[in-house]
Every structure is written in C-alpha cells, then in structure tokens.
Design a protein around this ligand. Structure first.
Ligand code: ZN
Length: 105
C-alpha cells in the first residue's frame, strides 16, 4: 500500500470519530467492550488527537484512584468542560511541562 493512500485511509477512519464520541466510548474502550473496528477508529483518533490522549490518561488515573470505572457516564457539561481544559492544557504543556498534571486534582 503506498504511503499517501494509507494516510488518506487513516484520516478517513480517524475522521469518523469526533472527540465527543471518543469521550463517550472511553469507558467501553477501557473495559474492553468495543468491537474491533470501534477500537481501531478509537486508537487512530488517539494517535492524532492530543486532547483525547490526555483525556484517556486522566481516565486511567481516575480509575486507578477509584479502583473501578466511574459508575455513571460523565455528565455532558462536565465532559465539555474537561475537553475544553484539555485543549488549553495541550497549549500549556509546551510551556509548563508536567504542571498540567497537578492542576487536575
Ligand atoms: Zn480527540
């Protein structure tokens, strides 16, 4: 497969998921209940989106702290707020390194 074509396919597959859909699928991803193709799309999106990578990392950290998945899906307004912050963080991180990790708590 030539490289340009592969990039086009990847962009297409990744483009099928929005950040919002990734946020919604994250608990399913972590407990392994995504289908193969959902998982592929999810991971492709993560590969291209620092905001969602940060989100996933924070989710894993939360799960470690709680010892389990959060019982309820994250309410919309909280998730939107988080996604907004992650976007700010990715700007931030260029200047402040790991500081954004501490701001989470
Ligand atoms: Zn994303």
């Amino acid at each position: 497969m030539d490289k340009d074509f592969r990039q086009t396919v990847m962009a297409y597959l990744a483009g099928k998921l929005t950040c919002r859909q990734v946020a919604e699928a994250i608990t399913d991803y972590l407990d392994g209940s995504l289908s193969f193709w959902q998982r592929v799309r999810f991971e492709l999106h993560l590969g291209m989106c620092i905001g969602c990578r940060n989100y996933l990392r924070q989710m894993k950290k939360t799960i470690q702290l709680l010892g389990t998945l959060p019982p309820d899906p994250i309410p919309d307004h909280i998730r939107d707020e988080l996604l907004r912050r992650f976007r700010t963080w990715s700007h931030h991180q260029k200047h402040t390194g790991e500081r954004s990790e501490q701001e989470w708590r």
